[in-house]
Every structure is written in structure tokens, then in C-alpha cells.
Ligand binder design. Structure first.
Ligand SMILES: Cc1ncc(COP(=O)(O)O)c(C=O)c1O
Length: 478
């Protein structure tokens, strides 16, 4: 069987060797009657290290294709050709080849280790346990009787919840909406996913903020979209950047998070909002406004959202209860033209047959109750206190170590290090010291920015978290 290693491609050499041998086995070219070449022979043949061949054989052994017999050599497993005809699928290959991309390894590591090693969590983009309205939820469960139909929910989501959301966005966001313009989703994340899957196709060009919310990036990449970047400063994106990108590319959609943007914490200026809506109309480009944070405004100044200013129906509006009530509820929604909402709801049916009944019921009870407004009022103050606590702790850092933008709402604080440090290495060192943050490079920026989420930090632990971070930072002084 002719075969040469291709050193120009990304696939590791050991994998290329393992796949070559697997192909020989499945095609019958390699006979089970004779031992396979020894590790040394193969290493010489391919001009690679012996350890590379060992890894290739390890992989083939782990999936049951070969067996190593001590003192005798390596053989094709008899199970493949024997009576049982049992073959273990190459799960490793399936896991790698799926069209839906995995998160970056660092994102996975951060998520696992923060939980496992009980680190002070200044990384997870959610509220700290003591900010969640758990008591109010217990009261709802005690005082209200659940009478809802337990079959599949309405394709757009529970009707009562959609009516409640109409009142909610009218009260808090000055938006007039009909229930048939709303689709209930599993958080804002599913809303983004549905929009990408149902309204865009591979090769389409979109524009997103840079930096931006890290969990949306693999969704765009998996869908084969071409992603253009709009740098974010303290006023949001620069509308002129949209003009220059549109001159060179045909932008199909723009994704924006105008209020207390994740990760920068910035709020888009009113002028910028107006100009972006003008451009959206001029070019006919839909805007996806992702708004999980506007209710957290410390001064209670919400928006105006792009959707509330949108006369032409150009904006698809996403919101969620994750950052203002509880991320575990998994309640989010999309508001848009009924035709689009219908299409997205059809997509959601294919994914999960509609949203779970119970969280929709509890969410509706809570949004309708006077407790909701009290909760938001308290939450804003508590978040502001935590932001202040974080800033006070960061001020103890030696001068000129970093700059940060002081957010007026939201849960994140974005810092720029004034020294050249690899943010991945800084995270590794910080985790060893017992604290986690999000390195900027996984959100699309260069390796000198980091995100602290004060909303997730328990108030009494924020200072300790920062001193652990400072200890990690000091390791790079040498
Ligand atoms: C800007 C933004 N959009 C969407 C999400 C997804 O949130 P969820 O799916 O929990 O509503 C997040 C979460 O961090 C976010 O920051």
C-alpha cells in the first residue's frame, strides 16, 4: 500500500500512521496471520521517533484493532476477523471529525478546573450563588399550584410566558411586541445558534465585535461563516468600520451586544446606535442585538435598545434571564418579525421539540410578581458593590501594571496588562494559586487582556481572588 506522511497538514504524524495501518487492516491488505512491523521498523520506515509509532499503536490498541503480545510482537486483533466479528468504533476519529466544533481546550479546562479545584471563580459568566433569587423561587413553589399542560409546549414557547415577556419588555425596555413575535429559547446561546443555523449558510460573511463573547465564536466557525471583526472601544463599535467592511465584503448579518458588552463592559453610545440602524437600513443588513445585561445598569438607565429604536424591523433582539435571574433556568428569547420567528421555531422543534414546561412556568410567575422588580433593584446595588470591591483590590497592584475600563453595569471587568505576558500562562499560574479568570485571547484579542467577572465572585472572596492573581503575576516579574 503506497503511503507517505504529509508533514504540511495539521493532522499529527502518529494519527496519519494509525490511520494508514487501520486502512490496511480494514481493506484486508494486512494479514492477521503475521505480526505487524515492530515499532523500531516502522519508525525507521517513516523516519519518525519511535515514541510516535508507540502512540499510533496505543491508539489502535485502545480501539481494539491490534493486540500487543509480550515477547512476540504486535498483531491484528482476532476479534475483528474471528467468530464475534466485534469491532470497536474509532470514537477518537468520530469525536474529532464532527462538523460541530468543540470549544477551545483552554475553555474546557477552565470550566472543569474551576469546578473541580474549587478555585475562586472570577471567570464564569454568571451570577454568584448568593445573588440568585432562590428564596423567591421557593416561595413561588410553595404558594402557587402548577396546572400547566405537561405535553409538548407551543412551538413558540409557553403562551403565558410570552405574554409576560411582552409586558416585561414594554415596562423595562420600551418595546411594544406581540406574543407571536417571540420565541422562547434555552438561553441567549440557543437563540444565537438558531439564528446561525436557520438564517445563514456556510460561506456567508458576518461582522461581530472584537473582542466578543467566547462561546459564540465556535458556533460561527462550525457553521462555516466568514467572520469579520469590528473593534470595540468605550463607545462600542465604530460605524465607519461597518462601511469599510461592507465596501469589500457582502455582510449578511451583524452581531452586537450594545449594553455592558461581554467582555469589555462598555455601553454603546446613542449616536453609534442611531448610525448603526441607519446603516442597517441603507445596506439591508439585519442586526442581531444580544442583550442579556441591560437590566443590570447600576443607575437604572436601560438602553435604549436598538430594537426599541428600530422602525423598519431590521433588528432581531435576543435576551435572557441568565444574567439577571439565574443561568440554570435556561430561559431566553428572540423577538423579531413573525415570519422569521416561525422559521426559528421550526428549527427549535427539530433540535428539542420546544422548551421545557417547568422553567417557563416558574419564570413567568417570577416575572409577573412584584418580587422581580425588588430583585433587580437589589441585584444592581450588589453588582455595583462587587465591581467596587474588585476595583479597590486591583488598585493595590503596583502602578502601571494594568488599565481597566470601569463598567456602569453588567458583570465583567476588562483589563489590559501593560506588560507583555502570555495570558494563557498567566491563567495557568493563577489557577495554581487558586483563582480563575478568562484570558482575552479566547475572546479574540491579543494575549495581553483578561476578563474578571465580579458578578460571579462572592463578595468576601474578591480581594482574596485578586491577591492570588497578583501572586501569579509576580512570577512573571523575574
Ligand atoms: C453576550 C452574551 N450572549 C449570550 C450569552 C449566553 O447566555 P445564556 O445562554 O445563558 O442566556 C452570554 C453568556 O455569557 C453572553 O455574555
Amino acid at each position: 500500500m503506497e503511503f507517505t506522511l504529509d508533514r504540511s497538514i495539521k493532522k499529527p504524524i502518529y494519527k496519519q500512521i494509525a490511520e494508514h495501518i487501520e486502512m490496511g487492516i480494514t481493506s484486508g491488505e494486512l494479514s492477521p496471520d503475521h505480526p505487524l512491523p515492530s515499532e523500531r521498523e516502522l519508525a525507521n520506515k517513516f523516519n519518525v521517533n519511535r515514541s510516535t509509532v508507540v502512540t499510533a499503536y496505543d491508539e489502535l490498541e485502545s480501539i481494539g484493532l491490534i493486540v500487543r503480545k509480550k515477547g512476540s510482537g504486535t498483531y491484528i486483533s482476532t476479534d475483528i476477523w474471528g467468530i464475534s466479528h466485534k469491532r470497536i468504533p474509532n470514537w477518537g476519529r468520530y469525536v474529532e471529525d464532527g462538523s460541530f466544533l468543540p470549544n477551545l481546550p483552554l475553555v474546557q479546562k477552565l470550566r472543569n478546573e474551576t469546578h473541580k479545584n474549587k478555585l475562586i471563580d472570577l471567570a464564569s459568566g454568571e451570577l454568584a450563588p448568593d445573588l440568585l433569587p432562590s428564596d423567591q423561587f421557593s416561595t413561588i413553589l410553595k404558594e402557587h399550584t402548577f396546572h400547566e399542560h405537561l405535553g409538548y409546549a407551543h412551538p413558540l414557547g409557553n403562551e403565558v410566558l410570552r405574554e409576560t415577556i411582552c409586558k416585561h419588555v414594554d415596562t423595562y425596555k420600551n418595546m411594544t411586541v406581540e406574543p407571536n413575535s417571540i420565541l422562547i429559547t434555552s438561553g441567549a446561546q440557543q437563540a444565537i445558534h438558531l439564528i446561525v443555523q436557520c438564517l445563514l449558510k456556510p460561506g456567508d460573511t458576518i461582522a461581530i465585535e472584537n473582542p466578543s463573547y467566547s462561546y459564540s465564536l465556535p458556533v460561527f466557525q462550525s457553521a462555516g461563516l466568514r467572520v469579520l471583526l469590528l473593534p470595540v472601544d468605550q463607545y462600542g463599535v465604530n460605524p465607519d468600520d461597518i462601511i469599510s467592511l461592507q465596501k469589500k465584503h457582502r455582510i449578511r448579518m451583524i452581531f452586537l451586544n450594545p449594553d455592558y458588552q461581554n467582555p469589555t463592559g462598555t455601553k454603546m453610545s446613542l449616536d453609534c446606535r442611531k448610525r448603526i440602524l441607519e446603516l442597517s437600513s441603507e445596506y439591508g443588513i439585519p442586526i442581531v442585538e444580544d442583550d442579556p445585561y441591560s437590566l443590570t445598569s447600576f443607575e437604572g438607565k436601560i438602553g435604549p435598545t436598538l430594537k426599541s429604536m428600530d422602525d423598519s424591523g431590521n433588528v432581531l433582539y435576543i435576551s435572557s434571564l441568565s444574567k439577571v435571574v439565574a443561568s440554570g433556568l435556561r430561559i431566553g428569547w428572540i423577538i423579531g418579525p413573525p415570519k422569521v420567528i416561525e422559521r426559528l421555531s421550526d428549527g427549535k422543534q427539530q433540535v428539542d421539540f420546544g422548551h421545557s414546561v417547568f422553567p417557563q412556568w416558574v419564570a413567568s410567575q417570577f416575572l409577573e410578581s412584584p418580587q422581580f422588580d425588588k430583585h433587580i433593584f437589589k441585584l444592581r446595588n450588589q453588582l455595583k458593590e462587587r465591581r467596587n470591591e474588585l476595583i479597590a483590590a486591583l488598585e493595590t497592584l503596583p502602578e502601571n501594571k494594568m488599565n481597566y475600563f470601569v463598567p456602569q453595569g453588567g458583570i465583567h471587568l476588562w483589563c489590559k496588562l501593560n506588560v507583555e505576558i502570555d495570558d494563557y500562562k498567566l491563567l495557568e499560574e493563577s489557577m495554581k494559586n487558586g483563582v480563575a479568570f478568562v484570558p482575552g485571547s479566547i475572546m479574540g484579542t491579543k494575549r495581553s487582556c483578561i476578563r474578571f467577572t465580579y458578578g460571579r465572585g462572592e463578595k468576601l472572596l474578591i480581594r482574596e481572588g485578586v491577591s492570588r492573581f497578583v501572586r501569579a503575576l509576580q512570577c512573571f516579574d523575574r
